[in-house]
Design a protein around this ligand. Structure first.
Ligand SMILES: C[S@@+](CC[C@H](N)C(=O)[O-])C[C@H]1O[C@@H](n2cnc3c(N)ncnc32)[C@H](O)[C@@H]1O
Length: 453
């Protein structure tokens, strides 16, 4: 069963309302529910037609899964206007439609067979990168929708901002995207998802898009049409002024060190064998960072088989630390990491850029309810991969950058631009942080200090 999730009747009814708003179905109209599962939307359409005394359109439901279709057949038994088809919506020819409504499957590329992947890459412009079936359902639905027809889909909100969905965003905005309604996180019982209900009418865009957010507020938005992320416009990101970005004034904006086996390389300060001291540095993990409190001296140390320039040291120069690494159980764990196929078995998953990293810097958690930055004033700490760090172009920018990154405006900007993790938490990303516009005075300070140096 690929991606089955049952849509609750209240959500179905709200979507059917939007499907027929200002355009009642007629008897000759054709309506499609792709990935119809047990027929929740088909029942919703029949319900709407009955209670609104409307003509029932011809309804087609298609699903790959015979077991779901069996339930659907029972639910719509005796309904002459309904046809159920067992097949693949992405490749089947069912003709064209005036209405399309549904909850497409959320199935990531890793769950598709090699054959499906290459077939979909050939057929769909949106089959790029880490594609998901619901993106392809959107593209196929746009293709089989008649001019002036309407689609209402509930899907994860991710396509509104991820890079993979850039072609789909461009395709969608060739038409009138009437509404984006952010549905509650608990819409699907037992699953935390971030669903959005999109209503699109297939004609040239003539109006702005109505956006209804989960906090109950709504506004109209001019979404960018060239495939850019819609998120800043949807969440009304404050317009931070400045021609330069955080990347322009920083030596580094990166995720912390990934060893691939932290428990093998991290030691409690009190238990660190003295022979390892030359290779050890205090290490900061996301959970060591306490909101609104200064950075504490970390209680754990990362023992690194690297020199100060970040070059991997030969085992022979690591003394007792090499004996430790070569113990059977430890060596086996290290060799089992995927990185050990392309690097020496005791190297870190990623080579730590120590000359850049061990400088005065700011650190933040990789996942946070509200973004906050801490100062590592002397730069002696190694940020682990549950953190991100920002090394300013000159150390004198540390304090002003700390003030700026913890300002209300930046917090709001990050909340509007970063991806969501579970339970309303924010996933920081270096690609997004790098794009943060910085005030001109920070840029001027950087230039002045660099010239003076
Ligand atoms: C998220 S469920 C939604 C089910 C139903 N529409 C509802 O909302 O209750 C997605 C459905 O798509 C079906 N599906 C997955 N891949 C499909 C494909 N390529 N063609 C047709 N149906 C597919 C699954 O079997 C599943 O029933």
């Amino acid at each position: 069963m690929k991606g089955f999730v049952l849509t609750p009747p209240a959500t179905v009814d709200l979507m059917v309302e939007r499907l027929f708003r200002d355009r009642r179905p007629q008897r000759r109209s054709r309506l499609l529910d792709p990935g119809c599962g047990q027929g929740a939307f088909i029942e919703g359409v029949l319900r709407w037609c009955r209670s609104n005394h409307a003509e029932c359109p011809e309804i087609v439901g298609i699903d790959l899964d015979p077991a779901q279709l069996c339930h659907a057949r029972q639910h719509v038994a005796g309904e002459a206007r309904v046809t159920l088809v067992e097949g693949n919506f992405l490749t089947c020819d069912l003709g064209s439609f005036d209405y399309i409504i549904g909850n497409p499957p959320y199935v990531g590329i890793e769950e598709l067979s090699e054959e499906e992947r290459s077939q979909y890459r050939q057929l769909f412009q949106s089959a790029r990168g880490r594609v998901d079936l619901y993106l392809l359902f959107w593209e196929r639905a746009l293709h089989v929708l008649n001019d002036a027809g309407r689609i209402v889909f509930i899907t994860p909100e991710k396509y509104t901002y991820v890079e993979t969905a850039r072609p789909l965003r461009r395709m969608m905005l060739r038409h009138q995207l009437d509404e984006l309604l952010y549905a509650p996180e608990d819409t699907f019982q037992g699953l935390t998802t971030y669903p959005v209900i999109a209503t699109l009418t297939k004609h040239a865009a003539e109006r702005t898009t109505m956006v209804q957010l989960r906090d109950g507020t709504s506004h109209t938005a001019h979404l960018p049409t060239q495939g850019e992320s819609w998120q800043p416009v949807i969440h009304r990101s404050p317009s931070l002024s400045g021609a330069k970005t955080l990347a322009d004034i920083s030596l580094r904006v990166s995720c912390g060190v990934a060893t691939g086996a932290d428990d093998m390389f991290l030691f409690d300060r009190a238990q660190l064998p003295s022979a390892y001291i030359p290779f050890a540095k205090p290490a900061v993990a996301g959970r060591d960072l306490r909101p609104e409190q200064p950075l504490q001296a970390p209680h754990r140390l990362l023992v690194m088989p690297y020199d100060e320039d970040g070059a991997l040291l030969p085992l022979g120069s690591l003394g007792e630390f090499a004996d430790y690494l070569q113990q059977d159980a430890i060596r086996r764990r290290l060799e089992a990491r995927t990185c050990a196929r392309r690097k020496p078995w005791y190297a870190f998953h990623e080579t730590p850029p120590l000359p850049d990293m061990l400088r005065p810097k700011l650190v933040c958690k990789d996942i946070a309810k509200v973004p906050y930055f801490w100062v590592d004033t002397d730069g002696g700490n190694v940020p682990l991969h549950s953190t991100y760090y920002v090394v300013p172009g000159v150390p004198q920018l540390l304090e002003p950058l700390f003030q700026f990154l913890n300002s209300h405006e930046v917090r709001h900007w990050l909340l509007s631009n970063c991806q969501r993790a579970a339970n309303g938490f924010l996933r920081m990303q270096s690609t997004v942080m790098k794009r943060l516009p910085v005030p001109d005075k920070l840029v001027e300070a950087l230039v002045e200090r660099s010239l003076a140096a």
